[in-house]
Design a binder for this molecule. Structure first.
Ligand code: ADP
Ligand code: ZN
Length: 603
């Protein structure tokens, strides 16, 4: 019998295991349960695919998204693994054929949606088959507090009762300690070995910019740093998703919308195109992305503030699963803070829910306003300590901090003065007009030029004032009274600042011209090719596109960019040389080796 390492090399074409993979595989091989926390792109699938190949019987994989099973099965088939799925997209004939193969022991892996798995027919099928293991993917879906709750997942504890001797592995990329405990409890995995990998995704460059004209900013970001790349743009609302897609398309960037309000067929079509075509941008609500294992997503952009760090990390994690440089970009502004606070305030949830949402928002704001390494903050949220990373905006260009105590006092007293005139409805703009001493019609109408704070803030720009206000909101020193007219209010903590008992260090926004260039260099550094290598790479990509079209699969199912790049660099002359390239296993060497050699020879 082969060892796991041999299977890794022969079937998948990889040299060695990453971090915890070997230990996880050994656990399952010994018949024990495992709970695996690994970041997106960490390499979770191999942890159950290899034991499924080595243990007698079929590995049964529970996965929440039927739209993606096809791709997983296609990719495995390309590797010569006998895989199939059962879901509602099939007609009964196809399903019966899969069932037959299952009963005959002709499958290494079977993918099933949870609601399907728990049907009598499927349970019956499983009880007549030999099962190598159960893999429960996206296991955080069992968590009722999480962002992807799926009620069907609660039924999965039944697997353990029915098949106590079959090892189970639960996997997720979302994980605070609390979520992990909830998963273990709800899936009866109390005895499982826990494997918690580092959550760091070193190839992702994190950037958060101040929002002013977000469409323009997004367009420039894509044009300057990711032209021709696949990416995801997350928006908060459906209308914004449509709007962004139209805007990008009009400006020469192919983009498609995706949100829960679209009919299922159109959604599926857009998803399929995103997976199969290169260089497409998906503008989407968070309804899009779970389980999208497209490895070559080069950027994830947030044009609205995400609700929690956990969600943000999950979403940004969809960039660069292939380990190549990728960017997580976000634009964030004052309006985001106000809007999110309002959503929490007006939500139907109970007080506990509101408090929790408030804390999650605070953590997110902390990340946005930090003057320290973003990655350090992110990982600290998941309980991990690291040194400053050198691959985020604050590391590359540390923002200055400045003593904003006096500015804050001016702003807070302006809010206080205005607040006393109850019934007044005013936003940040009016407040800043007063501070800067502008005689607008609105100021005159209300006699606000007579306030003692009128004109005391002429020393700072509008942008600087917005930044101060935003940071005060983020720090809970200002709040929004939604029961009034959405008016800004002081909080209990404001007093200490007003009285001068507390010094406030604030982040200064910098917009230096060299920044984008520096960032661009960082985000593409590893991918650089010499001119002749670039020619070979282009030729290989063209060849791959052709093969992918013929097979009706996404290009990355044939080979990843990283593999093609390695071939372009190494310019191999024989099948033997080719076989050492990362991602070229026995099956692919056999199927494509000659064609690859021909392709590079012709350049
Ligand atoms: P996850 O499900 O954790 O997001 P995947 O299982 O999709 O991640 O793996 C991410 C990528 O890393 C895939 O392209 C996979 O083939 C690759 N990969 C996984 N393990 C290894 C390894 N040991 N060596 C090289 N590449 C690997
Ligand atoms: Zn950093």
């Amino acid at each position: 019998m082969s060892t796991p390492l041999e299977v890794l090399q022969r079937v998948f074409g990889y040299e060695s295991f990453r971090a915890e993979q070997q230990a996880i595989i050994d656990t399952l091989m010994a018949g024990n349960d495992a709970l695996v926390l690994m970041p997106t792109g960490g390499g979770k699938s191999l942890c159950y695919q290899i034991p499924a190949l080595l243990r007698p019987g079929t590995g049964v994989v529970v996965s929440p998204l039927i739209a993606l099973m096809q791709d997983q099965v296609d990719a495995l088939t390309e590797l010569g693994v006998r895989a199939a799925y059962l879901n509602s997209s099939q007609d009964w004939r196809e399903a019966r054929d899969v069932e037959r193969r299952m009963l005959n022991g002709e499958l290494d892996l079977l993918y099933v949606a949870p609601e399907r798995l728990l049907t009598d027919r499927c349970l019956e099928l499983l009880s007549r088959s030999r099962i190598a293991l159960f893999a429960i993917d996206e296991a955080h879906c069992v968590s009722q507090w999480g962002h992807d709750f799926r009620p069907e997942y609660l039924g999965l504890s039944a697997l353990h009762e029915r098949w106590p001797e079959v090892p189970r592995i639960a996997l997720t990329a979302t994980a605070t300690a609390a979520t992990r405990e909830e998963i273990a409890r709800r899936l009866s995995l109390e005895d499982a070995a826990h494997f918690v990998s580092s959550f760091d995704r070193p190839n992702i460059l994190y950037r958060i910019v101040e929002k002013n004209d977000v469409k323009r900013q997004l367009l420039n970001f894509i044009r300057e740093e990711h032209m021709g790349d696949s990416g995801i743009v997350y928006c908060l609302s459906r209308s914004r998703v449509e709007d962004m897609a139209a805007f990008l398309s009009q400006n020469g960037i192919p983009a498609l919308p995706y949100h829960a309000g679209m009919d299922a067929a159109r959604r599926a079509e857009h998803q399929a195109r995103f997976l199969r075509e290169e260089g497409l941008v998906m503008t989407a609500t968070i309804a899009f992305g779970m389980g999208v294992n497209k490895p070559d997503v080069r950027f994830v952009a947030h044009v609205d503030l995400p609700k929690s760090v956990e969600g943000y990390y999950q979403e940004t994690g969809r960039a660069g699963r292939d380990g190549e440089p990728a960017t997580a970009w976000m634009a964030y502004g004052l309006q985001d803070v106000v809007q999110q606070r309002r959503m929490i305030d007006e939500s139907q949830g109970d007080d506990q829910f509101k408090r929790r949402s408030g804390r999650q928002l605070d953590a997110m704001l902390g990340l946005c306003e930090t003057v320290d390494c973003r990655r350090q903050q992110l990982l600290a949220y998941f309980g991990q300590n690291i040194a400053p990373c050198g691959n985020c905006d604050t590391c590359v260009e540390p923002p200055e901090s400045w003593d904003g105590t006096v500015a804050a006092q001016k702003l807070l007293s302006a809010i206080f003065r205005l607040w006393r005139e109850r019934g007044q409805r005013y936003g940040a703009g009016h407040l800043i007009d007063i501070l800067r001493g502008r005689l607008t019609p609105r100021v005159r109408e209300n006699g606000h030029e007579t306030l003692s704070v009128f004109g005391v803030g002429a020393d700072l720009s509008d942008q600087a004032w917005r930044s101060v206000l935003r940071q005060l909101l983020a720090k809970g020193l200002v709040t929004v009274d939604f029961e009034g007219h959405g008016t800004l209010m002081l909080t209990d903590d404001s007093r200490a600042v007003l009285k001068g008992e507390r010094t406030l260090m604030l982040r200064r926004e910098t917009l230096s011209a060299g920044r984008a260039t520096r960032m661009r260099r960082l985000s593409t550094a590893d991918a650089h090719l010499a001119p002749d290598e670039q020619l070979r790479f282009e030729a290989l990509r063209a060849w791959r596109a052709e093969v992918a079209r013929e097979h009706g699969v996404p290009a990355y199912v044939i080979f990843h960019d990283a593999t093609l790049r390695e071939i372009a660099r190494g310019n191999p002359q024989s099948l033997e040389e080719l076989s050492h390239v990362h991602g070229v296993g026995v099956r692919k060497l056999e199927a494509y080796g000659e064609a690859l050699l021909e392709c590079v020879a012709e350049v």
